[in-house]
Design a protein around this ligand. Sequence first.
Ligand SMILES: [Zn+2]
Length: 105
Amino acid sequence: MSHAPSEQTLDLSSLQTYAKSRGGSCLSPSFKGARAPHLWKCGLGHEFEARPQVLIEGGYWCERCQPSLDTPGAWDWGRVAQTDPAVARFHRAEDAPSSKNQETD
Ligand SMILES: [Zn+2]
């Protein structure tokens, strides 16, 4: 077996864990390699293909939910934050636009 020293250890369960942390899921039934495209589904139901390495190491997720370099601007963080815990965490910390509710759990 060949050994890829620089590649971090990923397997299907790491992909699912990452997907879950973003409020979505990994639709690929098997792990095909950190650099092979896999099928994913975001919390808003978009299905997309992406390489696990790019997503996990780069912190990327659904390209239709993420702001793109081509079309910055119209970007509803609040909507995405409803399904993506990772976005919700900093979205909430960033600013609470008009609501000033004390969040006591
Ligand atoms: Zn999406």
